[in-house]
Write a new protein. Sequence first.
Length: 119
Amino acid sequence: VQLQASGGGLVQAGGSLRLSCAASGRTFSSNDMGWFRQAPGKERDFVASINWSGTTNYADSVKGRFTIARDNAKNTVYLQMNSLKSEDTAVYYCAARWNYKSRDEYDYWGQGTLVTVSS
């Protein structure tokens, strides 16, 4: 399984970015996909997830600002990030799993894409 994340960049506070994660190597429509982020000097944190049926889950810190969505025809999951804040600055990772273990346990990880929010 390969996950390729893209879409990161530099944005001003209050702006928007959309991250994409393209998956290959296994049936996409039956999996759970997640986004995590790791800020400098901090642990990796859960951001959002979407399961095979489209049920979503968000960290409290991003609720109402971020939206996760999937396009099974394109084997891609997206993270639309609006009203960005400086504290959203981090490397964002996508992840995939085909069997649920716990909220933060995933089997496959992408390479990460850097999001920098300037204040």
